[in-house]
Design a binder for this molecule. Structure first.
Ligand code: FES
Ligand code: FES
Length: 164
């Protein structure tokens, strides 16, 4: 393989900096899971539909299965694991998911938490998050009722303008 088929990627994942050389065609989801061992990034459909692989790239929710790793050069990545600190109390949205039984198998949960927090922090109205953001995440287990309950329960704590 020629050298021009590889890229150098420097990025931070949950605050930890990495420099990686990978094939130019490498997907960000594969880089995170296979090279950097961030298995908390779930991969379902692999074509941008289910939302399971959603992470934050510089604070915005992004489907990592349809982003090339090379496009994340210089980015700050946050996975679901970077949204809480081990050993500390769960943050409000994660706590609400637990209290309201917002998941069953949990496969979709990481992507939903990331998307909802990114959109809430960006000032998106609650009804849009409940309709549009959640509509972009496929959950095969819950029927969404408890997910919606959890988001509603945590909303005032996760949305800056709601708390203002
Ligand atoms: S695995 Fe990326 S959207 Fe489904
Ligand atoms: S909890 Fe199983 S897919 Fe959502």
């Amino acid at each position: 393989m020629n050298d021009d088929q590889f890229v150098e990627v420097t990025l931070a994942v949950n605050g930890e900096r990495h420099q990686v050389r990978c094939e130019a065609r490498t997907l960000l989801s594969d880089l995170l899971r296979d090279e950097l061992d961030h298995k908390e990034v779930r991969v379902g459909c692999e074509h941008g539909v289910c939302g399971a692989c959603t992470i934050m790239v510089d604070g915005a929710a992004v489907r990592s299965c349809i982003m090339l790793a090379g496009c994340a050069d210089g980015a700050e990545i946050t996975t679901v694991a970077g949204l809480a600190t081990e050993g500390e109390e769960l943050p409000p949205l994660q706590r609400a998911f637990k209290e309201h039984h917002g998941f069953q198998c949990g496969f979709c949960t990481a992507g939903i938490l990331v998307s909802v927090l990114a959109e809430a922090k960006a000032g998106r109205p609650r009804e849009e998050v409940l309709a549009d953001t959640l509509g972009g995440h496929i959950c095969r287990c819950t029927g969404y009722v408890n997910i919606r309950r959890a988001i509603n329960a945590a909303w005032d704590e996760i949305a800056p303008e709601a708390a203002a």
